[in-house]
Design a protein around this ligand. Structure first.
Ligand code: NAD
Length: 282
């Protein structure tokens, strides 16, 4: 393997230790950071994600409450739950696990979350702040990618960063953060033509597509930093969007899956929760 492996597990571990220390300081000052997660239905992947978030909180000393609603729950029930959490002074961070069952209106629920408790950074107020370069909550996965780049001394300034994917959760905020870090940013998506031609120009290539082995070695410029956000299940195994073995021979840096970006997502969620608690000061 020619590329340097970006070890998300090690970086996340260091972040989590720092978060645990900050949590202890806050608790000693009388504030127990508290994250409330709302999980609707039985989606197996969501159950795993929520369990990991819960464990992350517990290990860091952050209070965690998981509210489980039936798959058949109504929009009103879900909205009432969010409103109750908005009003609950002991709750600093609120996260509604996505995707929601199809009969529920995701956008309407996200709009309801108090932007000051929106630790996922999905509320339009926080997306707007990110767009305008104002402080606010930034979505955890792209924020985690920026921290990984920073830890490995990969400065986006003046570089060409190509993001594959334009979701509100990963692709768009990722592009905004890279832009804020002075990269020249190209966003590619399902309608992009000549994708490989564009990705080959990337100094930093971020794949957030959701398709196993989507990024092949011929799509990567030699020496590029390749960041794999994808999480795909193939034959019971978790793999990313990047054809890891082949791309690692060409890239300068590469994140593995698992053990890369995913590890950082939870660390950033905990950090956002702590920031929310610090702002409230209670
Ligand atoms: P999404 O389905 O909302 O978006 C996928 C994007 O890929 C779309 O914008 C689409 O335009 C683009 N795309 C699809 N086919 C394409 C093609 N042929 N060429 C170019 N672009 C194409 O998914 P998402 O929520 O943004 O997540 C993307 C991936 O990242 C998924 O695998 C998801 O599981 C993973 N993910 C990982 C983490 C983490 O913590 N590591 C967090 C969130 C999402």
């Amino acid at each position: 393997m020619a590329a340097t492996l970006i070890d998300g597990r090690a970086v996340a571990k260091a972040f989590k230790e720092e978060i645990a220390q900050r949590t202890q300081v806050m608790i000693a000052q009388g504030v127990t950071p508290h994250l409330a997660v709302v999980l609707v239905g039985e989606n197996p992947a969501s159950q795993v994600y929520v369990r990991n978030k819960e464990n992350g909180c517990i290990k860091a000393g952050i209070r965690s409450t998981v509210i489980r609603l039936e798959e058949s729950c109504t929009q009103q029930e879900l909205e009432d739950t969010v409103k109750r959490l908005n009003e609950d002074e002991s709750v600093h961070g609120i996260l509604v696990q996505l995707p929601l069952p199809r009969h529920l209106d995701e956008a309407a629920v996200l709009r309801l979350i108090d932007p000051d408790k929106d630790v996922d950074g999905f509320h339009a107020m926080n997306s707007g702040r990110l767009m305008n370069g104002q402080p606010g909550f930034v979505p955890c996965t792209p924020l985690g990618v920026m921290k990984l780049l920073e830890q490995y001394g990969i400065d986006p300034k003046g570089k060409h960063a190509v993001v594959i994917g334009r979701s509100n959760i990963v692709g768009k905020p990722m592009a905004m953060l890279l832009l804020a870090a002075n990269a020249t940013v190209t966003i590619c998506h399902s309608r992009t033509q000549n994708l490989a031609e564009i990705t080959r120009q990337a100094d930093i290539l971020v794949a957030a597509v959701g398709r196993a082995n989507f990024v092949t070695a011929d799509m990567v410029r030699p020496g590029a930093a390749v960041i794999d956000v994808g999480i795909n299940r193939v034959d019971g195994k978790i793999v990313g969007d990047v054809d890891f073995d082949a791309v690692a021979e060409v890239a300068g840096y590469i994140t593995p899956v698992p053990g890369g970006v995913g590890q950082m997502t939870i660390a950033m969620l905990l950090a956002n929760t702590l920031d929310a608690a610090a702002k409230r000061g209670r």
